[in-house]
Design a binder for this molecule. Structure first.
Ligand code: GTP
Ligand code: MG
Length: 171
């Protein structure tokens, strides 16, 4: 259970997987077509879980190498994580698994830390590089829910945050 009043959600993953796009879609319904690498952005919003609205800070972290120090400090503050990869990027999938291990280490080996694995860019199904079965198998092994999203079409964007809040409630 969270003792802090404010919950911090970190959106984390490789550069260009769509973290900012998902976050902006969720926060204000906007989809930026152009790519503007993030250093760090955060948004305060209200999310309903446990039958109440709670104040949630959503931190949209950096994926590009040069900004990783910012990301690591956000990771330390995070109570819950959307672990994002893009279904058309093998390197982002490899990186997601490394990030998940890093988060668990950061949280004193608490494997129950609230997380959801997000396979973004679902609209690019024809360019899929990571078979869904591989992702399902990994998520079952680490006991983490999985959702496929498209920030472009809005598919499952709200649902991904809702799933994460379910994890928070159960934590
Ligand atoms: P960093 O901030 O550098 O870590 O990148 P990011 O993960 O925030 O990626 P960002 O949201 O900036 O998106 C990168 C590019 O992918 C942009 O051109 C987006 O328009 C595009 N993009 C993001 N989500 C989707 C999606 O669901 N589908 C498609 N087709 N493109 C997407
Ligand atoms: Mg970004």
């Amino acid at each position: 259970r969270q003792s802090k009043r404010k919950l911090t959600v970190c959106v984390i993953g490789s550069g260009g997987v769509g973290k900012s796009s998902l976050t902006l879609r969720y926060i204000n319904g906007h989809f930026p077509e152009f790519y503007d690498p993030t250093i760090e952005e955060s948004y305060i919003t209200q999310i309903e879980y446990g039958f109440h609205f709670h104040e949630v800070e959503v931190i949209d972290t950096a994926g590009q190498e040069e900004f990783l120090l910012f990301r690591d400090s956000s990771m330390a503050q995070g109570d819950a994580f959307l672990l994002v990869f893009a279904i058309d990027s093998v390197s982002s999938w490899v990186h997601l698994k490394e990030l998940r291990s890093k988060i668990v280490r950061e949280k004193d080996d608490d494997v129950s830390i609230p997380m959801v694995v997000v396979g973004n860019k679902r609209d690019l199904e024809e360019d899929r590089q990571i078979p869904l079965e591989d992702v399902v198998e990994y998520c079952q092994r680490i006991k983490c829910p999985l959702i496929e999203t498209s920030a472009k079409t809005s598919l499952n964007v709200t649902e991904s945050f809702r799933m994460l809040m379910e994890q928070v409630e159960e934590h």
